[in-house]
Design a protein around this ligand. Structure first.
Ligand code: SF4
Length: 389
């Protein structure tokens, strides 16, 4: 009964009180075998979809849930959900709900760190993180289309204290100019694609004017949370600043909609290679079949799965964390069953700013003159590990 109600709800035929959604979705099948694209793009105007819910009162009213827990969390962490994403929550329930709706568990985290990647101490100037010799992270925006409940930078993203003004940007650009060892700049925030087009272009132009910078990368969740913001004008502007790469952030197959596909097509048609950084999140995607479905859907919309991240130790997100054993089991499931094109690197961003560490399932059984290894099916095979010339 629950199963058939779930599919009816997904098709938009039946509307349930959202108070019941978590229970309904617990009972929903975890493997999505529906056609990749829904038709909902034709039923929601862009203007409506790109408006936001930003207050506990408004969200409580729409979702028909108590307002007090939302108020308590909102007093500490910001709230923003687009109408577009809210509509996806109504269709797909808990895995998307958990990513967007404030939860009292955010206030009960006693182990998380305010700045788990030690970014503040690795910032020679306020909006720039310099962790690796040849790369830097430039924070250019303080706002996002959605304030994800699991965000690593939830200490400041969307908060008034995250000020990225002209002076801060100028300091970041000046640091990049006088540090020629940096050849790759990741611009992030917040979400760079939430900036006014002209401001984003000024930043890209300024970066391109620094001869030592070879590649520019943009980290954005807009193709997932507000895809209608990726307009032909935006794609045409970005195209002028190649080599430019974009890393998107999809966490669940239900986020791959017709709108998301169109956004990614516009970027890919502008010659921008697209990657995806997915975070393993409890109750969202900590399941091999869900991840496998997500990866398949990503490559179908021309997005290469890049990283599968173990969640950071961010204060306010403990309820999202999964074990590394679970992540390794998911990787074991993927390798051999999924095209290599779709298999991301499972990695941990080391607490304290130690950088990304790949976490791979152990396949080597014995390494000597003969390499003995274990296949994804659990068989032991060998390979001669000696060169006889
Ligand atoms: S879009 Fe990215 S930066 Fe913004 S809240 Fe979500 S995870 Fe954080």
């Amino acid at each position: 009964m629950l199963r058939s109600r779930y599919f009816l709800a997904r098709s938009g035929i039946v509307c349930y009180s959202l108070k019941r959604l978590p229970a309904l979705c617990m009972a929903a099948p975890r493997h999505f075998s529906q056609p990749i694209l829904s038709l909902r793009a034709e039923t929601m105007s862009n203007q409506h979809a790109s408006s936001f819910i930003t207050t506990p009162e408004h969200l409580a009213q729409i979702l028909d849930i108590p307002v007090e827990p939302l108020r308590a969390v909102h007093a500490v962490y910001p709230l923003r959900v687009s109408r577009y994403y809210l509509d996806l929550i109504k269709q797909h329930g808990l895995p998307l709900w958990r990513q967007a709706v404030p939860d009292l568990q955010e206030l009960a985290d006693s182990v998380g760190l305010i700045d788990p990647l030690n970014e503040e101490n690795l910032s020679p100037v306020p909006c720039l993180v310099h962790k690796y010799p040849d790369r830097a992270l430039l924070l250019v925006a303080s706002e996002c289309a959605m304030y994800c409940r699991f965000c690593t930078r939830k200490r400041k993203v969307g908060k008034p204290e995250m000020i990225i003004d002209d002076a801060a940007l100028a300091a970041g650009l000046e640091y990049l100019s006088r540090t020629p060892a940096i050849s790759d700049v990741l611009i992030s925030g917040g979400d760079p694609l939430m900036l006014p087009l002209a401001r984003l272009e000024r930043i890209l132009k300024a970066l391109r004017a620094i001869p030592s910078i070879a590649t520019i990368r943009i980290g954005t969740r807009v193709p997932c949370t507000l895809p209608m913001r990726v307009t032909p004008r935006l794609a045409a502007m970005l195209k002028k600043y190649h080599p430019l790469y974009i890393n998107t952030h999809f966490n669940h197959p239900a986020e791959i909609t017709a709108e998301a596909e169109l956004a990614c097509a516009r970027l890919a048609d502008a010659g921008i290679p697209l990657g995806c950084q997915t975070v393993l999140l409890r109750g969202v995607n900590d399941d091999a079949e869900i991840i496998q479905e997500l990866l398949y859907r990503l490559i179908r919309i021309r997005v290469k799965p890049y990283y599968l991240f173990q969640a950071d130790l961010t204060k306010g997100t403990a309820h999202f964390r999964t074990t590394v054993d679970n992540g390794l089991a998911i990787m074991r499931h993927l390798i051999g069953r999924t095209t290599g094109l779709a298999v991301p690197t499972y990695a941990l961003d080391a607490p304290g700013g130690g950088g990304k560490i790949p976490l791979t399932p152990a396949y080597i059984h014995h390494l000597g003159e003969v390499l003995e290894f274990i296949t994804y099916q659990g068989q032991i095979c060998s390979y001669p590990n000696r060169i006889d010339s």
